[in-house]
Ligand binder design. Structure first.
Ligand code: OGA
Ligand code: MN
Length: 282
């Protein structure tokens, strides 16, 4: 199989052309794909046609699929594949639209997934774009003063059902000491070093971060806002506009992402989703 890797933007993202993910990739192709993945942070494979089982088999060529926490969203008969659907409803009967705010996946876990794959099963006619921010570039372009400020800093990531950015009230709900937070929640460094490339990225999750160790919640919120603002500037972002048959994989170690629900909500948007096992951020 001959294939090529074409950059999709200046900041991040590349399309892999000429591969059919239903076929076995030989070791040399796998290595090239993995290298392109780490370099470009997001890879796009277009014109794929995959059952849930075939999607899982493809993912296994790129890493080790991991089970996902929320069992209600698993694809029947194929529990390692879950789905993301705009047809889910909140208790009040409103559409449950997940992932609107910037985040990285499952950072409340001690070993968050290294990557997430999505396959567009049903897409709105247009819109429903997924945005990605390159957190390696965000680190590289951070003013030195801020780099110094976050050097050695750690963040408390708390699990919640809600996918909304943590409110001030929530952050202040209970004032626990750093030691208590470490026992109850997961603590990750704000600067993490990529286990494959050795490069540094800013590791943030505005949905989950309660505060930084050694900082009040107000001070933490201010710093978090500054870092997010810096990291999500246009020149660090790639916006993926979905086409039927797209598979994308992103590197949770060096990207944040969000979805823009910019389409007619009566249209169905359904993704199949697989996460790949990761390691403790360091
Ligand atoms: C996710 C996610 C975004 C999307 O699956 O983790 O954030 O575009 N999805 O559906
Ligand atoms: Mn996500």
């Amino acid at each position: 199989m001959a294939f090529e890797v074409c950059k999709l933007s200046k900041s991040l993202g590349a399309e892999v052309k000429g591969l059919d993910l239903r076929e076995a990739l030989n070791p040399s192709i796998r290595t090239k794909i993995n290298d392109a993945f780490v370099e470009n942070v997001v890879l796009v494979f277009r014109n794929q046609n995959l059952t849930a089982q075939q999607f899982l088999a493809a993912a296994k060529q790129l890493g080790q699929p991991a089970t996902q926490k929320l069992s209600q969203y698993k694809v029947p008969g194929c529990p390692m594949v879950s789905y993301v659907s705009n047809q889910e409803k909140t208790d009040a009967g409103n559409p449950k639209l997940l992932g609107k705010a910037w985040h990285t996946d499952h950072s409340f876990q001690p070993e968050p997934p290294k990557a997430t794959l999505l396959y567009g099963v049903k897409l709105p006619k247009r819109g429903g774009d997924t945005w990605f921010a390159n957190m390696k570039l965000a680190y590289d372009t951070l003013p030195n003063k801020l780099k110094d400020r976050i050097k050695g800093l750690e963040a408390i990531h708390a699990y919640r059902e809600s996918r909304e950015v943590m409110s001030k009230n929530e952050r202040n709900a209970e004032i626990l000491t750093d030691a208590e937070e470490r026992k109850l929640n997961t603590v990750h460094p704000v600067i993490r070093t990529h286990d494959i490339s050795g490069s540094k990225s800013i590791y943030l999750n505005p949905l989950r971060i309660k505060r930084f160790i050694g900082m009040s919640s107000d001070e933490s919120s201010k710093l978090l806002e500054r870092l997010i603002l810096h990291s999500t500037k246009d020149n660090l972002v790639y916006v993926h506009r979905w086409q039927q048959g797209d598979v994308i994989i992103w590197d949770n170690r060096q990207a944040m992402h969000r979805v823009e629900h910019n389409y007619d909500l009566s249209e169905e948007r359904l993704m199949h989703r697989i996460i790949l096992k990761g390691i403790k951020p360091e």
